[in-house]
Design a protein around this ligand. Sequence first.
Ligand SMILES: Cc1ncc(COP(=O)(O)O)c(C=O)c1O
Length: 375
Amino acid sequence: MSGGLSGVPGFEQLSHIPLYVPGKPIQEVQRELGLAHIVKLASNENPWGPTEAVKARVAAVVAGTEFEGLGLYPVSDGFYLRQRIAQRKQLPVEQVVLGNGSTEILEMIAKAAFLDGGSAVIPKHSFAMYGIATQTAGGRVIESRASATELDVEDILRSVAADTRLVYLAHPNNPTGIRIEGSALRHLVRHLREDIVLVVDQAYAEYEEPGDYPDAAALLGERPNLLVLHTFSKIHALAGLRIGYGLGSPELLSLLERVRSPFNTNHLAQAAAEVALQDVAFEAFCRQKNAEARTAFLLEAAQHRCKVTGASGNFLLMETAFPAPDLFKELLQRGVIVRPMHGYGLPNHLRVTLGRPEDMQTFWSAVTPLLDGGC
Ligand SMILES: Cc1ncc(COP(=O)(O)O)c(C=O)c1O
């Protein structure tokens, strides 16, 4: 490292940890390329919300008629929102923790687990923040085997080391859009060493058909060291407010409380999430629209002979003959932001968020001439 920081112990190590690369913001592309109309299909956001009811509640908080205004600190542990989540999940409120996005809870558990070192097992092609949270907390990453089409639970169990403290598993996984079967999930919950915390990240669970999805929360009674994560960023359409939640045993969550920043979730996010959580009709609408967009995408992809991976989540992984960063840049020039997946060990894959029909049309119009007759 250069400059005055180079002598600080630990900074050298920090400089080797990968940076999280977010989807490019619309304003940035407008500024850089001078384009007026941009379609963003890069961050698995929900194109349908938030609802008018959510916006009205946020406006009330801003106006100071709710939560006594923005000049006061929020409820530090978000008790009232936790209470609503607990009701919906049929759990005691002590089994719910909030985070500034579920990403903050990923960091909280890493901070707690790696206080004196240790390792995390993370399947290949997983959400980048698992590795980053592990390493910035002083932990070591052990990568278990997985392909773009299959998660290997046996290899997760085999990969565990003597110093392993955490296993992260996205269910469904981002960016591959695959989820494990209920039997595999139960096998993992029951056979993973008891002193390891299993983090099951269910950020996209609400896009699954209820009744057809093996919810890890159903296994909380079987394993005190299980943390199930959800977010309001996806189907609840609140990515901009940063709020997510974790479900776990009272013992585990009381320890997490020691690493949670006071007031970590703000007034606006708590209020908006309370309203969003009650709107099951909006959830069902988004789930239906997402399923329609997936079917349409698969049809279009088949016409272009594009190999598409993933049957879950609000995104698809598309394999092409071209290096993903090149295709990404070409699409950017045409006003379409997607996500190249080379940083996830998938050099020829683009991840495309399922947007509104008109946005998907813009995507296909932009990508078709670039595909040279087919993927
Ligand atoms: C698997 C997975 N977990 C967590 C997150 C982060 O969600 P949040 O916005 O709640 O931090 C994402 C975001 O894309 C994700 O894909």
